[in-house]
Design a protein around this ligand. Structure first.
Ligand SMILES: *Cc1c(COP(=O)(O)O)cnc(C)c1O
Length: 349
């Protein structure tokens, strides 16, 4: 099976499992897990922040950060297709009790001017805008990298209006590897940032949120309140440390395979790529004349799985995908699209 649905599908390797099995552990809730503490120090330094916090997953990083930066009734800004808005079960509304103002723009990006225009000071009628959220890379924007200079401009505009800036850095290390810009240079523009270990990095559990001492202290209290405090979490943190040591530089391989897939798809007449050359490990596209759900069903009969994001198709490369897998996926797509469909074919739009 070639499974391109998501980079969350990677399984821990035997080597990673061995490190996990041997992990030294303690009570994370008391700050006594040595493996968690080692991971926090590594990530804190990697991101150039004062302090860091270990969390079960990325959604909790976003929800804690939003709650820590705001008060109920405030407003936050995020791109319309941000993970925070599209894929977190309205966590910002439920848990932080904030109103989210959506910004538009290609590839998950927007301009400093859009931020300035969207900020509200707060009055008897309107909420005060307290926080800007940016996503690096932007998942539903096509795994797109936010270039450092543009990112700096929007963050400067937000700070000038008294907003804090939070970065959903689920795939920040993909951006760093793709551009050669160190993660801490991107992170320097924002007040809080987190990275995910269960996407391209291939660990089974864990994300780390970073920011100032004061911010992390607030986030730690919220973590406890939200039920995210852990016990012998070194079991999970050991996989994350292994991932930092072994799986960061190889993200470049995932990016190369995504480009290989895009290059193979480009000549196919019915295929419309969202970006001719993907920035990182995702290829978004549409296929004319096909109902996408039906297309996915036919591809599954060739043992190829793609994902769907809203009305679009998404293929994501990761640790468990090889060049052969990409070529098999391309072959299956070509065969499917070239095979004449009977009138009863399930592939009809
Ligand atoms: C996966 C993802 C998240 C959420 O992380 P989980 O660990 O699944 O909760 C947040 N933001 C982006 C951009 C993601 O891709």
């Amino acid at each position: 099976m070639t499974d391109l649905r998501s980079d969350t599908l990677t399984r821990p390797t035997a080597a990673m499992r061995a490190v996990i099995a041997a992990a030294e552990v303690g009570d994370e809730q008391r700050g006594e897990d040595p493996t968690v503490n080692l991971l926090l120090e590594r990530v804190r330094a990697l991101l150039g922040k004062e302090a860091a916090l270990f969390l079960p997953g990325g959604t909790m990083c976003n929800n804690l950060a939003i709650a820590a930066h705001t008060r109920p009734g405030d407003a936050i800004l995020a791109h319309r297709s941000a993970h925070i808005l599209r894929s977190e079960s309205a966590g910002a509304a439920r848990l932080a009790q904030v109103q989210t103002e959506a910004l538009d723009g290609a590839h998950g990006r927007f301009t400093a001017r859009q931020v300035e225009d969207a900020v509200t000071a707060g009055s008897r009628y309107e909420p005060a805008t307290r926080l800007l959220c940016v996503e690096q890379t932007h998942n539903f924007g096509g795994g797109a990298v936010w270039p450092l200079a543009e990112l700096g401009e929007v963050c400067t505009a937000a700070h000038a209006h008294g907003l804090a800036v939070h970065m959903d850095g689920a795939r920040l290390l993909n951006a760093a590897v793709a551009t050669g810009v160190p993660a801490h240079d991107f992170a320097a523009h924002v007040d809080s940032v987190w990275i995910c270990f269960t996407k391209g990095l291939g660990a089974p559990i864990g994300a780390v949120l970073a920011g100032t001492e004061e911010f992390i202290a607030r986030a730690r209290r919220l973590k406890h309140a939200f039920g995210g405090a852990l016990r012998q979490a070194g079991i999970a943190a050991a996989g994350c440390l292994y991932a930092l040591d072994h799986n960061v530089r190889r993200l470049a391989d995932d990016h190369a395979l995504a480009r290989r897939l895009a290059e193979g798809l480009r000549p196919i007449e019915a295929v419309r790529l969202h970006t001719p050359r993907p920035d990182t490990n995702m290829v978004f596209f549409d296929v004319d004349g096909w109902n996408h759900a039906a297309l996915l069903d036919v591809l599954a009969t060739y043992k190829v799985k793609l994902g769907a994001v809203g009305p679009h198709l998404r293929a994501v490369t990761h640790l468990d995908v090889t060049a052969d897998d990409i070529d098999r996926a391309l072959e299956a797509i070509v065969l499917t699209l070239e095979t004449p469909r009977r009138s009863s074919s399930p592939g009809r739009p």
